[in-house]
Write a protein that binds this ligand. Sequence first.
Ligand code: NAD
Length: 454
Amino acid sequence: MRESVLTPHRVDGTETSNRLLSAPPRKSSKAYNSFEIAQAQFDKVAEYLGLDQATRELLRYPLREYQFAIPVRMDDGTVKVFRGFRVQHNDARGPGKGGIRFHPQETIDTVRALSMWMTWKCAVVDIPLGGAKGGVVCDPHNLSAREQEQICRGWVRQVARDVGPVSDVPAPDVMTDAQHMLWMLDEFERIHGGHFPGFITGKPVGLGGSLGRTEATGYGVVITLREALKEAGMRPEKTQASVQGFGNVARYAIELYQRLGGRVIGVACWDQADQRAYTYRRTGGIDLAQLATITDHFGGINRAKAVSLGYEALAGEAWLEQDVYILIPAAMENQITGDNVTRVHPRVRVIAEGANGPTTPEADARIQRLGILLIPDLLANAGGVTCSYFEQVQSNMNYFWEKDEVLGKLDVKLTSAYCAVSDLARREKLYMRDAAYAIAIGRVAKACHDRGWV
Ligand code: NAD
């Protein structure tokens, strides 16, 4: 559904009209520090689990961090230096795993938080991988395909000795895709001499990629949502949802939710031209296939065309005020906050976190008080990393499965993880996020103890 960066208007290196535009700003960057939030979430559960001091100190911080410069000769002949990161939070349960984001407001603290969340995410779905994350401070909206390729290759050159199939396996994330992964793989293989398809996941199908990977995160959100609805005794076809985001995660989540019979009445996304977000709503529900035809490479919807198709263009935050049963935040971190959580409609009963860290602790407290069933990010969006793990297994074997087999295995993994978290939450009267953390942190702490690290 999502185009590669090598679409015809980009591969020839010509400047495009969106070259002067920029990526959506992060609400998080000033008001919230994602790493502090991740640490606070950890501290709460470490206390509940009664972890000893050494284990707490080990798990509160990443094991290793790399910060580096990536000089790139730009198309106009000048050299620009980009800032790159790789953070390896913990690898006691297996090689580090985590995506690489391209974002103008990327910070080391965001990457630290995301690497920690990856550790818990891999543990909660019980795959033998640790947590890592990477990023580059850049805005792909303003970069040609060639410049992006140079950033990818430069990123790999800086960490080529510290990442790899048995140590740390990168993947795509916000504003990176299969093409970026292929450039990175190619650079890694040039440096090390040989074929190492298990070095990176999210590769194009046919070049080491797994069928089902593109759909996996969004589908995973809905697999966990399906289980939550079962538990609530609610049939999907009786529900409506409002979604924030219209990128990779959101679109496949919408697709599967609609196949289950649910109706999405609105989606919010970033408008490049206006530099602000809009919520697009239509009575009777959105038409996914139609909206996809008026969406840009970065998940932005063309507002004029949407309006001409009968959509109302409401304020960016209107997605969370809709009279729906389900909210799916699937855009960026820190979107449901202490300031706007009071605007969540009283009829909302389920929140499925497609994005990483979309809910701040203040918002969490209110959601918990209201008894809304929150499916936390580390569980709801774990479909992506689970399928990345399947891709790595297939790449290492050089034997690739049919799509049904991949998606079937994904369903089994996520359903069983959901049931384990929900059982613990019910048994111990825990908030779902805390139950998911308790399972994940317990598993990672045990691996550290068993290895004799602490
Ligand atoms: P994407 O770049 O494909 O799409 C992001 C979407 O969010 C776009 O539609 C964009 O317009 C929208 N958006 C950005 N800022 C916004 C704002 N302020 N208001 C409204 N909409 C806004 O990204 P993606 O791959 O779909 O990832 C979305 C989230 O899911 C991120 O938090 C990412 O870390 C997380 N995630 C992604 C994957 C994956 O496999 N892609 C896996 C796990 C978690």
